[in-house]
Design a protein around this ligand. Structure first.
Ligand SMILES: CC(C)(COP(=O)(O)OP(=O)(O)OC[C@H]1O[C@@H](n2cnc3c(N)ncnc32)[C@H](O)[C@@H]1OP(=O)(O)O)[C@@H](O)C(=O)NCCC(=O)NCCS
Length: 200
C-alpha cells in the first residue's frame, strides 16, 4: 500500500491510498476552505440534483457547521474533484457521534479509489480528534468495505424516513454504539449566515 501525505490546514494526516489511486499522485486531500464552497456545491448538484436538499440527513445538517477539521476536499491542481463532510450528532440521548455525508466524486474521476481515500482520510482524522462513532445513510455494498454495518444503527431512528437497509454505523472506539437507541439529533453549532450555501 502506498502512503501519500494529505495537505490540511491545521493537521497533516498520512492517507493510505489503494493501488489505482496511487497512479494519480496529483490528487490532494485536505480541509475545505471558503474558496471551495462554490465548486463543492456545483459538484453536489451534479451528483445528487436539487432533491439533495430534501433528504432526511439534511435535517441534521442544514444551517449548521460540519465537525471541526472534518470538511474535506480533494483537488487535482486547482480543480475540486471530491467533497466529504461529517457532522456532529447525538446517536440517542447522551451519545455523541458523527454523521458522514454527502460524499461525491467528480464523474470523470470516479472508480480511481478517490472515494475510498476520502473516507479513509475522514476516518483517521475523526479518530485523531477522539470521535467515537459514525453514522451514515448510504449504500451498504460500498460502505461495508470501510467497516460500516447495519447492525450498529438498528436501535436508532432518524428524524424522517430512511431506508433501514441504508442506515449504517461504524465504531471508532469499541462499543461506542453498543445498545444505542433513540432518535439521532443534530449537535452541530449553527453556521453563520454567510457560510450557508443557497438551496437550488
Ligand atoms: C459513490 C462514490 C462516492 C464512489 O467514489 P469513487 O471514487 O468512484 O469510489 P472508489 O474508486 O473508492 O470505489 C470504486 C468502487 O466502488 C464501487 N461503487 C461505487 N459506488 C457504489 C455503490 N453505490 N454501491 C456499491 N459499490 C459502489 C465501484 O463499482 C467500484 O468497484 P470496483 O473497485 O470493484 O471497481 C462516487 O461514485 C460518487 O460520487 N457517486 C455519486 C454520489 C453518491 O452516490 N455518493 C454516495 C452517497 S453519499
Amino acid at each position: 500500500m502506498t502512503f501519500v501525505s494529505a495537505i490540511a490546514f491545521d493537521d497533516a494526516v498520512a492517507v493510505p491510498f489503494g493501488a489505482a489511486f496511487a497512479r494519480h499522485p496529483g490528487f490532494v486531500i485536505g480541509e475545505e476552505t471558503p474558496a471551495d464552497v462554490e465548486a463543492r456545491e456545483a459538484l453536489l448538484d451534479a451528483a445528487f440534483g436539487p432533491a439533495r436538499f430534501l433528504k432526511t440527513c439534511e435535517r441534521l445538517r442544514a444551517g449548521r457547521l460540519p465537525a471541526r477539521g472534518l470538511a474535506l476536499s480533494a483537488h487535482e491542481g486547482e480543480r475540486l474533484i471530491a467533497t466529504l463532510r461529517l457532522w456532529p450528532v447525538r446517536a440517542g440521548a447522551g451519545r455523541p457521534a458523527l454523521l458522514l455525508g454527502p460524499l461525491a466524486v467528480a464523474q470523470d474521476r470516479q472508480s480511481l479509489g478517490l472515494g475510498a481515500a476520502m473516507i479513509r482520510s475522514a476516518l483517521s482524522r475523526a479518530k485523531a480528534r477522539n470521535h467515537r462513532a459514525i453514522l451514515l445513510v448510504g449504500d451498504e455494498p460500498y460502505y461495508a468495505r470501510f467497516g460500516f454495518e447495519r447492525r450498529l444503527a438498528e436501535g436508532l431512528t432518524m428524524p424522517g424516513w430512511v431506508d433501514p437497509a441504508r442506515f449504517l454505523g461504524l465504531e471508532l472506539a469499541p462499543g461506542a454504539l453498543k445498545d444505542a437507541h433513540g432518535r439521532v439529533s443534530a449537535a452541530a453549532p449553527a453556521a453563520p449566515e454567510c457560510a450557508l450555501p443557497r438551496a437550488a
